[in-house]
Design a binder for this molecule. Structure first.
Ligand code: 8YV
Length: 339
């Protein structure tokens, strides 16, 4: 009997997803959620045919060096700035991500952060839990926040998640402006009731600015001090994209000095560390990178990662056809009989 292919699962996953994987593979699943450094990753990946990794596992050329066994790396996330796709392709390793299944949950979460930041829910809850309400003589004009309805929503990065954020805006009777590398098809613009503007115009006009762009070298600090200076002092910034797209130190300064009203952040430069200046502020709502974390969506993401591994390693009904490959050229090479 030939041995089953071996798969390493770098993050704790749902038991039913592990059970699916175990039907096809000899699996090694980590029980603790923690990042793995290059030395550990290299060693783990050397002994397996496939792996499921998380966003803090950085798979690059150094980690892949000398690895002749690995055939697939499935990322638990749509963003894949932790994967060096060129290095994976050169090594003949298929990479996959988890697009689409998380769009709606992440779009929901953008609204959760907009509302929480505008209406000061985090700070008000901390105040209540600290026991300040009884006997406080809370005034009629205490805890006033900002309205969303009737305001202008700006979206920077108008992919599928950005479009989901935009579609929800009609319920709040908001005007929607967006900026993106390319203009959306007219039909989609109409569905989203969104108008394309250039980036300076977006910064100037937005009462709420939501960032949904991928992290690339060019997008690092896409919102830094110069961009923050162009925004309204009454504006609210929401980052559900990636840490590093915002210059967190400059953002904290703008929030502290009243040059920006509030912010809602799910992602941070250098997370899980959060800039201490942000931690010290009450007009920012902070969440630990959980925008996709609804029970249904996290299960769908885990299953999609498993589907990719199962297919890439030639198992199951979808053998040979991974549903969401990032470097499908690797598959073509394989079917052409190359490495
Ligand atoms: C993470 C995300 O994958 O999909 C992405 O790009 O950033 C998230 O969905 C998730 O938080 C697990 O780390």
């Amino acid at each position: 009997m030939t041995a089953k292919p071996k798969v390493w699962i770098a993050r704790p996953l749902f038991p039913e997803v592990l059970a699916r994987l175990a039907q096809h593979f000899d699996i090694e699943a980590e029980a603790l959620d923690r990042p793995h450094d290059a030395t550990e990753l290299k060693q783990k990946l050397a002994g397996v045919d496939g792996a499921i990794v998380g966003l803090s596992d950085r798979v690059d050329a150094s980690v892949l060096e000398g690895n002749t066994r690995l055939k697939v790396v499935a990322n638990l996330g749509v963003g894949h700035n932790n994967l060096d796709l060129d290095a994976l392709t050169r090594a003949g390793v298929l990479a996959s991500n988890t697009p689409d299944v998380l769009n709606e949950s992440v779009a929901d979460f953008a609204w959760a952060l907009m509302l929480a930041a505008a209406r000061r829910i985090g700070a008000a809850e901390r105040w209540l839990r600290a026991g300040h309400w009884p006997g406080s003589n809370m005034r009629f004009d205490d805890w006033m926040g900002l309205d969303l309805h009737g305001r202008t929503l700006g979206i920077l990065g108008m992919g599928r998640i950005g479009q989901g954020v935009a579609r929800r805006a009609s319920g709040f009777d908001m005007r929607v402006l967006y900026h993106n590398r390319s203009r959306l098809p007219e039909l989609v613009e109409r569905e989203c009731r969104a108008t394309l503007v250039d980036k300076p115009e977006l910064l100037r006009q937005a009462d709420f600015l939501v960032l949904v762009l991928p992290f690339t070298a060019a997008n690092r600090h896409a919102i830094g001090a110069p961009e923050l200076a162009q925004m309204k002092p009454s504006a609210v910034l929401v980052n559900i994209a990636r840490g590093g797209i915002v210059d967190d130190a400059s953002l904290a300064a703008a929030l502290r000095e009243g040059r920006l009203a509030a912010a809602g952040l799910d992602v941070f430069e250098g997370e899980p560390q959060v800039h201490p200046d942000l931690l010290a502020l009450d007009n920012v709502v902070l969440s630990p990178h959980i925008a996709s974390a609804s029970a249904q969506t996290r299960r769908a993401m885990a299953n999609l990662a498993a589907d990719n591994v199962i297919a890439a390693l030639g198992q199951g009904e979808v053998a040979g056809k991974p549903p969401t490959p990032l470097n499908p050229a690797v598959l073509h090479h394989r079917t052409a009989g190359k490495a």
